[in-house]
Each structure stands twice: as C-alpha cells, then as structure tokens.
Design a protein around this ligand. Structure first.
Ligand SMILES: NC(=O)c1ccc[n+]([C@@H]2O[C@H](COP(=O)([O-])OP(=O)(O)OC[C@H]3O[C@@H](n4cnc5c(N)ncnc54)[C@H](O)[C@@H]3O)[C@@H](O)[C@H]2O)c1
Length: 261
C-alpha cells in the first residue's frame, strides 16, 4: 500500500451513489481509504454510504458512515464533530454533493433554481464553514470541490451550469481566504463521466456512445477518473497547488469548440 494519505482524516460528502456502481464520491472515498486515510462517508442516504463502507471494509480500510444533508448547517457541524470525535482531527474535505438542474432562465422554475443553488453551492459553503476551523486546529488541510465542465460548456442545464460556475469562484475565494491557515482549496470539473447518477436517468446506449466520442481520447470517463484526481489534489504531492480548477474530461472542453455536442 503506497499510503499517500497515511495518517490523514477525511470527509467525503455524497459518498454514496444514487444507484449501484461507482459515483465520483464513492470512488474518492475508496481511494482515500486505500491510501491510508480514515474516511467519514457523509450522505443524505445512509444506505448508499453503507454500500461504500462495505467496499472499504472489504479492502481492510477504515471508514464510518454519517447521515447528513449538507444543506443543513447543524448536520454539517455534527458531521465534522463526528470525524474529529472519532479520529481526533480533520485534514481533508471532498465537497462532492451535487444535483442536476435543467432549463433556461425563461423556463426554469424558481423553486428548482433555489434548490440547485442550495444543494450545489450553499452545501459546499456549509460543509466548509464547519470543516475549516477543525482543519486549522489540526494544523492545515486540503479541500476539493466538485464542479463540472458544464460551468465552461453550458448545454441546456442553466441552473446546474450557474451553480458549478459558482463552485469555481467559491474555490478561488476559499483558496485566498485560507492559504494563511495552511489550507489548500482546489476544484475538479468532471466531464460526462458515466456514474450511477447518469445511469439512473436511463441514458440510451446511443447517447452514451456519443458522450464517449465527445472526448478527444474517445474514452468514457468513470467515477474512478474523478476520484484519482481528487486523491492527487488532497495529497501532499499537490502541496504547491491551490485555487485551481482541474478538468477531468478526456479533452471534451477543447474538442467541443469545433463539434457542437
Ligand atoms: N456524473 C457526471 O457525469 C458528472 C459530471 C460532472 C460533475 N459531476 C458532479 O460530481 C458530483 C457527484 O456526482 P455523481 O454522479 O457521482 O453523483 P451520485 O448521485 O452518484 O452521488 C451523489 C451522492 O450525493 C448524495 N446527496 C445528494 N444530495 C445530498 C445532500 N443534500 N446532502 C448529502 N448528500 C446528498 C446522494 O444521496 C448520492 O449518494 C456532483 O457534484 C456532480 O454534479 C458529475
């Protein structure tokens, strides 16, 4: 075992998956544990996080489940207290929770707009609000926020794109605010990776194939691709990196400037 996160304590939000298979949060949690971190698996759905726990247990890693809705400040406070209470400190936060949101500004429902912003942006603020003081008390840390290439390449998901753009600005602002605390803050913009969230939407094979071909590399991305990027960004190997947004998209952003996807 390489032990790239040996001795670290991590929280992954949205560490379950909406269905069977590997979502971005589940992959990150498994990889963090594989590299020696003790991981609190936070999710609104306990059963989903328990599936991730079973995977980590099966590999001999150390993790625990915490049921939390990241849109609730009290839940986020309790989540951080649970990690620190159990393992004595907090080094890493993977702000992975995110939900979709369709429509233009004309047809989007106002309540739907608020819901997407509340989950995708406020949820990250609240988790960080409670995690940062615990990280400071632990001597510093690393945060990774999960955005999306939808922030750069909008395609009919305007509330989602706006929320994921906000995640990038939030990342940069947090990086500036907390560098002095020894906390690095970066973000990942996944491309069209095939996760349980996508599968649950019943994506037809033909569209799945089109998504694969949209990538310069002609590859279909998975939760593992996003998880490995998160692993690097929260590890000490990335000690000189803060405030960046790393696309993990097989080159989709640059390929789509010539072929409208
Ligand atoms: N799948 C993709 O193609 C893709 C592309 C770009 C970005 N992303 C982003 O990656 C992240 C994870 O996506 P995924 O496809 O792995 O999702 P997923 O739906 O498989 O997993 C997300 C988990 O978050 C949990 N969750 C939802 N709302 C919550 C809340 N309020 N509090 C706590 N937990 C909550 C769900 O129960 C679920 O277990 C999201 O931020 C998403 O926007 C995904």
């Amino acid at each position: 075992m390489a032990g790239r996160l040996e001795g670290k304590v991590a929280i992954v939000t949205g560490a379950g998956s909406v269905g069977e298979g590997i979502g971005n949060g589940r992959a990150a949690a498994v990889l963090f544990a594989r590299e020696g971190a003790r991981v609190l698996l936070a999710d609104r759905k306990r059963a989903a996080a328990e599936e991730t726990l079973a995977m980590i247990d099966g590999e001999g890693g150390e993790a625990d489940v915490f049921e939390a809705d990241v849109t609730r400040s009290d839940d986020c406070r309790a989540m951080v207290e649970a990690a620190v209470g159990r393992w004595g400190k907090l080094d890493i936060l993977d702000n992975n929770v995110g939900i979709g949101g369709r429509g233009t500004v004309v047809d989007v429902d106002e309540d739907e707009w608020d819901r997407v912003m509340r989950v995708n942006v406020k949820g990250m603020m609240l988790a960080s609000k409670h995690a940062v003081p615990a990280m400071i008390a632990s001597g510093g840390g690393a945060i990774v926020n999960i955005s999306s290439i939808a922030a750069f390449r909008p395609r009919g998901l305007t509330p989602y794109s706006a929320s994921k753009g906000a995640v990038i600005s939030l990342t940069r602002a947090m990086a500036v605010d907390h560098a002095r605390d020894g906390i690095r803050v970066n973000c990942i913009a996944p491309g069209p990776v095939y996760t349980p969230m996508v599968a649950a939407g019943g994506m037809p094979d033909e569209l799945r194939e089109r998504r694969r071909k949209a990538s310069l590399l002609q590859l279909e991305g998975t939760g593992w691709d996003v998880g490995y990027a998160a692993l690097f960004l929260v590890s000490d190997e990335a000690r000189y990196i803060t405030g960046v947004c790393l696309p993990v998209d097989g080159g989709v952003i640059i390929s789509s400037t010539t072929a409208r996807g």
